[in-house]
Ligand binder design. Sequence first.
Ligand code: ZN
Length: 95
Amino acid sequence: MLSSMKQLKDLTGRDYKREIIRIYFNHTCQKCGKVWDKKSRRLDVHHINQGNKMTNKYDKDVDYNKVTLLCHKCHLNLPEHRNAMTGERVSIHSH
Ligand SMILES: [Zn+2]
């Protein structure tokens, strides 16, 4: 954990905030519980309840109730993420 804090000095703006969020969630996927493997890509910071609106307001303080941390796989599997990817409303029969 200390080594990640050290790297923060090299980060600015949104990268810095994202890294703070990753540390806050202990580099653990909040959906499947997978812990970040340092050899793999970093976990994704996901903004909750923003629909398809892509806002990137990282200038304010982080509201940890509105963000979560997901591994790449869980992030891609999110219904709203899929919709955003295809650009249209797709009815998804989940569960
Ligand atoms: Zn996951």
